[in-house]
Design a protein around this ligand. Sequence first.
Ligand code: NBP
Length: 483
Amino acid sequence: MTIDNTEGARAQIGVTGLAVMGSNIARNFARHGHTVALHNRSIAKTDALIEEHGSEGDFVRTETIEEFVAALQKPRRVLIMVKAGDPTDAVIEELASAMEPGDIIIDGGNALYTDTIRREASLRDRGLHFVGAGISGGEEGALNGPSIMPGGPKESYQALGPLLESIAAQVDGTPCCTHIGPDGSGHFVKMVHNGIEYADMQLIGEAYNLFRDALGYDADQVADVFTEWNAGDLESYLVEITAEVLRQKDAKTGKALVDVIVDAAEQKGTGRWTVKSALDLGVPVTGIAEAVFARALSGAREQRKAAVGLASGRLADKPADAAQFTEDIRQALYASKVVAYAQGFDQIAAGSAEYDWDLHPADLATIWRGGCIIRARFLNRIKDAYDENPKLPSLILAPYFRDAIETAIDSWRRVVSTATLLGIPVPAFASSLSYYDALRAERLPAALTQGQRDFFGAHTYERVDAEGKFHTLWSGDRSEVQA
Ligand code: NBP
């Protein structure tokens, strides 16, 4: 695409929506030498950004959408960083009316991917390129290098890719940004990324709970364990910040901060979206679902208050060998994490097939190695696994992860059984282990389910020894007929 350097139109990129994410991304662009046009509904945020950080690069201050659009080189590239939902639709409409065919509108907010599919189709009809870009890394990542997952028309990436790649996190010289696929695919993979983040956080929370309730560790002792783990296979942003959060002291009481925080987890919705989408696609994302439900249960404060003191039926003593149990928890965490990622990648494969996106799992593992919340050492292993076999039936079957789980399996079982006998909840550890056991089972009880379905609803079943569908005449002579 050609760049039209009409006088006045000098910005390479425009950012509208200058709350915490938008202003940090605008600064990131400017720090990388790009001229950035700034716009926000209320001018105060634009002025605050220029006053506090104007010296970091070349910014163009604008007040109206018309001024904003006029400040941009062609093809115009505008990144929207406003609240997801109706505000995003309102801003898209305003921009689309002021822009020209060939221009590119990027939504960097946390949009629901089906909204992105709708918006892309509607803007395509008007000759505009619409790019739904998942952006992960929070405020810090937005400023210093996020992981970026842009979807939308491939040709838009020619004009946009170099800009986005210049501000993304870099790992081993590779930017954590690549074109994901058509229409809603960028926001879809960002959604699943967030779902995996939920599962990862829940698993870490369960590990912490076991140290506290099974071994009697205080927050500092657990922080020491997480710091040590962060030097090994579990090295990741979430494990690293877990140690930092656990070590933080409350200025008011002198206690560990974690001990004065109310134990009711909130959620903004991307975990729930992931599970809803997985239900529609028929993909068991049990780890993510347990994490979403665990947050909901933690938030049911009245119900929990009423249930405190219910029978526990504690059937075990606390583990006698703390070092062994610590290693067991580490192994259980690793194995359950593999399951959570395997399930997330299954959902991505199913979404790719459903929407004909042709997504590449190795590319996703590559761009999640840096910048984003789930960045972790073992994403290199996931990338290797999918590089070797892009059609892996499950990540669990990759030789590296298969071996890792074989090493972890006894520890994993000990953790789940000990927690159960002690009455300590481990929904994500337990359901991940059950998923693994179900996946590897030669025979599942689903045969009985099929029999029941045929009994009450004549839904038919298949036989292990013959082709076709069959039905038993349950209310007749109980002979079998071919359906
Ligand atoms: P918010 O999600 O809090 O949105 C605030 C921005 O939206 C302000 O610039 C506000 O303008 C603008 N806005 C609203 Br609200 N309604 C508008 C409307 N009808 N028309 C025009 N502008 C409107 O900001 P954020 O936390 O910086 O997040 C921005 C996006 O990035 C969101 O979609 C979010 O989900 C996503 N995201 C956030 C994170 C994170 O860590 N926070 C990470 C990844 C993605 P005003 O100043 O005039 O009120």
